[in-house]
Write a protein that binds this ligand. Structure first.
Ligand code: ADP
Ligand code: ADP
Length: 229
C-alpha cells in the first residue's frame, strides 16, 4: 500500500534577485507503514520536502498524492483539513505550551481531531501516565519530547513527520524517544518519516533517501531493521 507519490517535485525560493533551487525534480514513493529516513547534508532539501509532504508548504511545480488525494490540487482549506486529519508533527524543540500540563498539551490537539484517543491513553503509550499533571518545566528534555510524541499520536495520524526529533537530547534519552516512535509505527501502523543526521536512526529505518543538492541521490533499503537500543 502506498502512502505518498510525488512526481517531478520542484521548489524554488526567490529572495530578491536570488533563486534557491531547494528541490530540483524529486520523484518518490513512500509506503504506508514504513519507517523512512531523509538523510543528507544541511541545505540539501530535506526540510523543504518534509514541509511539502505535511501540507505546510507547496511545491513550485510537480504533483503529490496522499493515497487517493492529489494534495497539489487542494485549496488552502482542504490542505489544512488534510494536515489536521492525517499528519502529526514532531520537531527538534518540543514546542509544548509552558503554562499547560502534559495532559492539557496533548488535549489541545485532540480538540481538532476526528477520531482521537484520550490524552491519558496517549501519555500511557509513551510511558508518562504518571507525569500527566506535570508542567513542561518539571519534566526532563526526554520526557518533554515524549509528551510531544503523545500529542502527535493522540489524533491517530496516518503519518508522523519528525524533524531531528532527538537533536536536542543526549543519546540515551534519544533512544527512549525513538523507541516510542517505533512503537507507534508497530502498534498503530503509523508511517514514520524522519529527518536526522544520526546514523543510528538511519539503521532503524526500512529505507533511507540520501539527499544531495535538492535531489534524492540514492535510496538505501534495510532488510533488517536495527532496533533503537
Ligand atoms: P535541509 O533540511 O536539507 O537542511 P532545506 O530544505 O532546509 O534543507 O533547505 C534547502 C535550501 O533551500 C537551502 O539552500 C535553504 O537555504 C533554502 N531555503 C529553505 N527554506 C527557505 C526559505 N523559506 N526561503 C529561502 N530559502 C530557503
Ligand atoms: P532524563 O533521563 O529523561 O533526561 P532526568 O535525569 O533529567 O531525565 O530527570 C529525572 C527525573 O527528574 C525525571 O523523571 C523528571 O520528571 C524529573 N525532573 C527533571 N527536571 C525536573 C525539574 N526541573 N523539576 C522537577 N522535576 C524534574
Amino acid at each position: 500500500e502506498t502512502a505518498f507519490v510525488g512526481q517531478s517535485l520542484k521548489k524554488t525560493y526567490i529572495t530578491g534577485e536570488t533563486q534557491v533551487h531547494a528541490l530540483r525534480g524529486v520523484d518518490l514513493e513512500i509506503k504506508a507503514g514504513e519507517i523512512l529516513v531523509l538523510l543528507g547534508p544541511s541545505g540539501s532539501g530535506k526540510s523543504t520536502l518534509l514541509n511539502i509532504i505535511g501540507g505546510l508548504d507547496r511545491p513550485t511545480s510537480g504533483q503529490l498524492w496522499y493515497r487517493d488525494t492529489e494534495l497539489t490540487a487542494l485549496n488552502e482549506a482542504e490542505l489544512t483539513r488534510f494536515r489536521r486529519a492525517s499528519i502529526g508533527f514532531i520537531f527538534q524543540f518540543y514546542n509544548l505550551i509552558p503554562s499547560l500540563t502534559a495532559e492539557e498539551n496533548v488535549r489541545l490537539v485532540i480538540d481538532i481531531a476526528d477520531d482521537p484517543m484520550p490524552a491519558k491513553d496517549a501519555l500511557e503509550l509513551v510511558g508518562l501516565a504518571d507525569r500527566r499533571h506535570h508542567f513542561p518545566a518539571q519534566l526532563s528534555g526526554g520526557e518533554q519530547q515524549r509528551v510531544a510524541v503523545a500529542r502527535a499520536i493522540a489524533k491517530r495520524p496516518g503519518v508522523l513527520l519528525c524533524d531531528e526529533p532527538t537533536g536536542a537530547l543526549d543519546s540515551a534519552t534519544g533512544v527512549r524517544v525513538l523507541e516510542t516512535l517505533a512503537q507507534a509505527n508497530r502498534e498503530l501502523g503509523t508511517t514514520l518519516i524522519l529527518i536526522t543526521h544520526n546514523a543510528g536512526i538511519a539503521a532503524m529505518a526500512d529505507r533511507v533517501f540520501n539527499f544531495l543538492d535538492g535531489q534524492i541521490a540514492s535510496i538505501q533499503t534495510n532488510d533488517v531493521r536495527i532496533s533503537a537500543s
